[in-house]
Write a protein that binds this ligand. Structure first.
Ligand SMILES: Cc1cc2nc3c(=O)[nH]c(=O)nc-3n(C[C@H](O)[C@H](O)[C@H](O)COP(=O)(O)O)c2cc1C
Length: 151
């Protein structure tokens, strides 16, 4: 007999500063606006294939570091790529990147790797710079709710 469970959204994030912590809190609030979705939040350095294989969707969050995604999120992708390559085709995902002034390289790198994994982007990527404004935090809530509601 199969047991049914609520759809599960996995948030894989690297959160090394108060500004990114505020973003993560807004993401939690956005998911909480959607009923019947279980939220699992994992720091990118501790997330692994088991987390991803149990998820019905994923939200990626990272600072821009040296024109790329953080080493922490890159480590996550390095860890899960081959173990999850076949099993996660079509996985719905969203992404936010926070930077000092330029998130383009990080977003490009994430688009490349999620494309190779054949994940499905279900919300526009969110690019944030500097201290998050009220509108930025609203956008974080909306991103998270958009990914959650589609699961
Ligand atoms: C080693 C290092 C490299 C960084 N590289 C970039 C970068 O290439 N582009 C950018 O926009 N911000 C860059 N930043 C800024 C971080 O993205 C930023 O500190 C992070 O998003 C947290 O934001 P906060 O410092 O405003 O809290 C870098 C920060 C560090 C520590």
């Amino acid at each position: 007999m199969q047991t049914s469970r609520m759809p599960r959204l996995l948030v894989v994030h690297h959160t090394p500063s108060p500004n990114l912590q505020a973003v993560l809190e807004a993401v939690r609030e956005g998911v909480a606006m959607v009923a019947e979705v279980e939220l699992v939040v994992r720091p990118a350095l501790s997330a692994g294939a088991a987390d991803l294989l149990q998820a019905d969707g994923v939200l990626l969050g990272t600072p821009a570091n040296i024109g790329y995604m953080s080493g922490a999120l890159k480590h996550f992708f390095d860890t899960v790529y081959y173990p999850c390559l076949d099993a996660t085709v079509g996985l719905p995902y969203g992404v936010y990147v926070h930077g000092g002034d330029d998130t383009a390289g990080a977003l490009r790198a994430i688009a490349t790797i999620t494309g190779a994994l054949r994940w499905q982007q279900v919300a526009a990527p969110l690019s944030l710079t500097g201290p998050p404004s009220r509108a930025d935090l609203d956008a974080c809530r909306e991103l998270a709710a958009t990914v959650a509601v589609g699961l």
